[in-house]
Design a protein around this ligand. Sequence first.
Ligand SMILES: C[S@@+](CC[C@H](N)C(=O)[O-])C[C@H]1O[C@@H](n2cnc3c(N)ncnc32)[C@H](O)[C@@H]1O
Length: 278
Amino acid sequence: MNIPTRVLPKDILDSLKRTRPIYALGRRMRFAFGSRLGARKVPGLSGRAHYNDFMLSSANADHVGSYRRGAQQTVDLLGRSLVEAGRDWESVEACLEVGCGYGRIVRELRDRLDPSRIYVTDVIAEGARFTASEFGATAIPVIERSAETMPGKFDLVYLLSVYTHLRRDLVARNLAAVARTLKSGGVLVFTTHGQGSAETAERYDQYWLDKNAILEGMAREGYYYERYPYYYDEYGLTWFRRDAMRAFVAEVAPELKFVAHHPMGAEGHQDVFVYRKR
Ligand SMILES: C[S@@+](CC[C@H](N)C(=O)[O-])C[C@H]1O[C@@H](n2cnc3c(N)ncnc32)[C@H](O)[C@@H]1O
C-alpha cells in the first residue's frame, strides 16, 4: 500500500496548524492509523519502513533516495568523528542512538556495526521498539530515566536532529544523562542548529517563525528556542551559537572534552559537535 507519511498538502496542513486542538486531534488519528498499519517494504530500502516514520515523507523514489543518502552520510560522519576522537569502528563495543525515530540511521549503521552492539532509545517508544525488532538492535528506556542503571556503558552515543528541537533545560537534562552513560574515552556526537542555520532560517519554511527574533536571540545570548505553536508538548526549533554551546556543555557535563565543531556539517544545515569523555 503506498500511503505517504505526510498525507495532506503543505498549505492545508498549515491552515490546520493554526487551530491547535484540531491539528492535534488529526495528528493523533494519523499516528493511530499508522500504528495499526505497522510497516511495509519500500523499494530502495533494506528492511521495512514503518507507516509512522516521519523522516520518510513518501515511498516516492526521490524521497526514499534522500532519506537513505542522509542516513548513509550520517554513518560516514560518525566514522569521521570517531577518528577525530582517536577511535575507530572496531573499538566500538556498544553504541547508542538517542532519538532514533523509526530507525532511519540504524538501518544503514548495520553495515558498519553488528546490530548486537547497537542500542536505541526514543521518547516515541513505538519508534525505538520498531527499530529494535526490525534491525536487531536493543531498545532501552529514555536515557533521562535509565542512565543511572548503565553508567559507563557506551563507546559511542549520537543524537542527530534531537537538540535541534529541545528547550535548553531539556537539552541539559539529556546531555548530563548521556555523559553518564559514556565509557571513559567514549565519544559523543550531536547536531545543533547554529549561526549558519539561523542566517538561512527561511529554509525551514515555517509560517510562525520570525528570522529576526532568531538572529536577535543568537546575538544576545547565543540561543533561541520556540515551541511549535501547534504542539502541546515542549518541542520546537532550537538554535545555539558555537561558543554558547561549548560553555553550556562545560557547565552541564564537565567530564566531556571538546574534540571538534563542524558548522553546517550535517544534512547541509546542522552543526556537528564531537566530544570525548575524560
Ligand atoms: C527529528 S527526529 C530525528 C530522528 C533520527 N535521529 C533521524 O535523524 O532520523 C528527532 C527524534 O528525537 C526524539 N526525541 C526528542 N527528545 C528526545 C529525548 N529526550 N530522548 C529520546 N528521544 C528524543 C523524537 O521523538 C524524534 O524521534
